[in-house]
Design a protein around this ligand. Structure first.
Ligand SMILES: Cc1cc2nc3c(=O)[nH]c(=O)nc-3n(C[C@H](O)[C@H](O)[C@H](O)COP(=O)(O)OP(=O)(O)OC[C@H]3O[C@@H](n4cnc5c(N)ncnc54)[C@H](O)[C@@H]3O)c2cc1C
Length: 413
């Protein structure tokens, strides 16, 4: 046993440093109340306190810190989207991840090892060409690669299917990567609480008191609190939370599942996903192969996992890498994802003057954690929505200016 551990264990004079203080008493008023202690809520609290000098902030979390989708996601980070608005937004997200460990003084284990999306049909390849052209134009590292190059990028891929599942090429995105999800959340939480932000775990928002077009009080199971401004960032519960304020978001919720294998020696050096097989794989820093795919095909508020999905993901993974058939599965889990009709988030103003939305993160919001936090903090602090967020307004559903990212999110999130 290391000596320092014994020293901490037995000595009263060496208390372990706590990254996050225990939950304090709720005050009667905060300048800003953030509902949801996932990555998005915590990132916003960090940027408010560090860059806008606003520290009278309470983050209210009904369970434990980052126990929602932040804890359940497969951590794909990338910016190879379809629309110019989406690419610009997620590109800023990737750039913030590149500097995040320094920003938070916390190792978030950002690993920029590139993402390879496989094309099994000519139609997919054509759509990749359009994505690569748009991505390159907007400054991301996104290119179409041929069969030979795919084989070099991921040498253990089964290239010999023939028929409809033959690999014709791929979309190679050198900017893609992963980060440790709990480190991201805890890094933001530690920074924000060091500056005076209060994080209230086990504090559920149950209602709002509204008058004159504003939220006057946020009602919780620990009492009601008055507030200057409020942000909703409750992940899979966003539809329900907004409804408590009388706002019906264009969101439907579906379970999304993933699973991991037993740890293996490092062999998968990029993220690999297949549009046709609806399966993606990445090897974690612990050696486990993380396997994910599409959402369940029915609406449900449940985090149970199913045999159907396990079989589907296992079949896809074995198809791509046949040697995985002998590898054991370690665990499988699910999260509830808040899906919008155009597979893009809803950020910015709500019909209530002091209520802000950071919603609709569906299956794609982990990569946006820093950029959404930074830009929502800017919005709340200034009262103005920055240009980069304007396309993601709730208003777009009324004016039919949708941002269709379905083709970019379906297979690999
Ligand atoms: C299996 C799976 C794989 C995924 N893979 C990826 C991926 O590879 N890449 C990617 O970019 N995204 C991915 N996602 C999506 C990503 O996880 C989410 O979009 C992202 O984590 C959303 O973060 P958040 O902070 O908004 O929400 P969350 O992390 O869910 O945090 C919201 C918090 O709000 C709390 N809350 C809810 N209601 C209340 C209430 N009434 N009062 C107080 N607190 C409340 C919840 O307990 C929760 O902790 C995946 C999701 C799943 C489920």
């Amino acid at each position: 046993m290391p000596f320092s551990l014994l020293k901490y264990g037995f000595s009263r004079t060496y208390p372990a440093r706590r990254d996050i203080p225990p939950t304090p008493e709720l005050k009667r008023y905060y300048d800003i109340v953030i509902i949801g202690g996932g990555g998005h809520g915590l990132a916003c609290a960090h940027y408010l306190s560090k860059y806008h000098g606003i520290t009278d902030v309470a983050v209210l979390e009904k369970g434990y810190l980052a126990g929602g989708n932040t804890a359940r996601n497969t951590t794909t980070i990338r910016s190879n989207y379809i629309t110019p608005e989406g690419i610009a937004f997620y590109k800023e997200g990737v750039e913030l991840y590149e500097r995040m460990s320094q920003e938070l003084d916390f190792n978030v284990m950002f690993s920029q090892r590139g993402q390879l999306t496989l094309a099994h049909t000519e139609a997919t390849l054509r759509s990749f060409k359009a994505r690569a052209a748009m991505g390159t134009h907007l400054g991301t590292r996104t290119e179409v690669v041929d069969q030979k190059e795919v084989g070099k990028l991921s040498p253990l891929l089964n290239m010999d299917y023939g028929g409809p599942l033959e690999i014709l090429g791929g979309l190679w995105h050198a900017d893609g990567g992963t980060a440790r999800h709990d480190a991201v959340a805890w890094g933001y939480a530690a920074q924000a609480s060091r500056r005076g932000v209060e994080i209230h775990q086990r504090t559920e928002v149950t209602a709002f008191e509204i008058s004159g077009g504003r939220v006057r009080k946020v009602v919780t199971d620990r009492g009601a609190i008055a507030c200057g401004q409020v942000m909703i960032a409750t992940g899979g519960m966003n539809y329900e939370t907004a409804l408590k304020a009388g706002i019906e978001l264009p969101i439907r919720c579906y379970p999304l599942q993933a699973m991991v294998t037993q740890p293996l020696k490092p062999w998968l050096h990029t993220l690999v996903s297949s549009v046709s097989l609806h399966t993606y794989l990445v090897q974690s820093s612990r050696g486990e192969v993380v396997i994910g795919g599409g959402s369940d095909p029915y609406q449900l508020y449940s985090t149970r996992s199913t045999l159907d999905m396990k079989e589907h993901l296992a079949a896809g993974a074995v198809h791509l890498f046949p040697f995985l058939q002998n590898v054991r599965l370690l665990r499988q889990w699910a999260g509830i994802t808040d899906m919008t009709p155009d597979y893009s988030p809803i950020m910015g103003a709500s019909p209530l003057a002091n209520l802000w939305l950071d919603c609709g993160w569906g299956t794609w919001g982990f990569k946006a954690t820093p950029v959404a936090g930074k830009r929502m903090a800017e919005t709340i602090a200034s009262g103005r929505v920055p240009d980069i967020l304007k396309p993601f307004s709730m208003e777009r559903f009324r004016s039919f200016r949708l941002l269709n990212e379905m083709g970019a999110t379906a297979a690999s999130h």
